[in-house]
Design a protein around this ligand. Structure first.
Ligand code: SF4
Length: 76
């Protein structure tokens, strides 16, 4: 499995916990209830993209090894 590059925009994150619920091995809430990536290889690519999609404020960006942005969909 290719390793994804996952970033959380902590300014945007509202700590809803949806990403943690979807992929608990990948995302955890920090001391300020902001999501952070603890293991980018902690779930399958599709689960990680689903976690990013579940974020109500679109704070999570997922880019694959080739640099292709998987979520949010790149603007055309
Ligand atoms: S789903 Fe989005 S808003 Fe909720 S904890 Fe994760 S990154 Fe933050």
């Amino acid at each position: 499995m290719a390793k994804l590059s996952i970033t959380v925009n902590k300014v945007r994150c509202i700590g809803s916990g949806d990403c943690v619920e979807t992929a608990p091995a990948v995302f955890q809430l920090d001391a300020e209830s902001k999501s952070e990536v603890v293991n980018a290889a902690g779930a399958t690519d599709s689960v990680i993209v689903a976690a990013a999609r579940s974020c109500p404020v679109k704070a999570i960006t997922v880019v694959d090894e080739a640099g292709v942005q998987l979520f949010p969909p790149p603007k055309k």
